[in-house]
Unconditional design. Structure first.
Length: 116
């Protein structure tokens, strides 16, 4: 069955870094746009970064530009989010997403907490 499994979340101090990973299975990963979304308490889920099926530089929310980098490995069915210069406002549950032609898959989410 389709699975997106995130890992790499945790507690980090402001200014620190984390790398999130998402392992995909059960569908033609290399044909799907992949992205990372996040949802903070009391807020709507928002797009953080996305990358095309072939990879490349990605697109980013203004709030994370220059600090976060999305990448993917189609040979391993993996997508990553490298996060640096983390701020308390980055605290949220981060979700991996894959989408193609109106079909969307979601992971279960991983908590990222930025706090001193």
């Amino acid at each position: 069955q389709v699975q997106l499994v995130e890992s790499g979340g945790g507690l980090v101090q402001p200014g620190g870094s984390l790398r999130l990973s998402c392992a995909a299975s059960g569908f033609m990963f290399s044909s799907y746009i992949t992205g990372w979304y996040r949802q903070a308490p009391g807020k709507e889920r928002e797009l953080v970064a996305a990358v095309s099926s072939a990879g490349g530089s990605g697109n980013y929310a203004d709030s994370v530009k220059g600090r976060f980098t999305i990448s993917r490995d189609n040979d391993r069915n993996m997508v990553y989010l490298q996060m640096s210069s983390l701020k308390p406002d980055d605290t949220a549950v981060y979700y991996c997403n894959a989408q193609r032609l109106g079909v969307r898959f979601w992971g279960q989410g991983t908590q990222v907490t930025v706090s001193s």
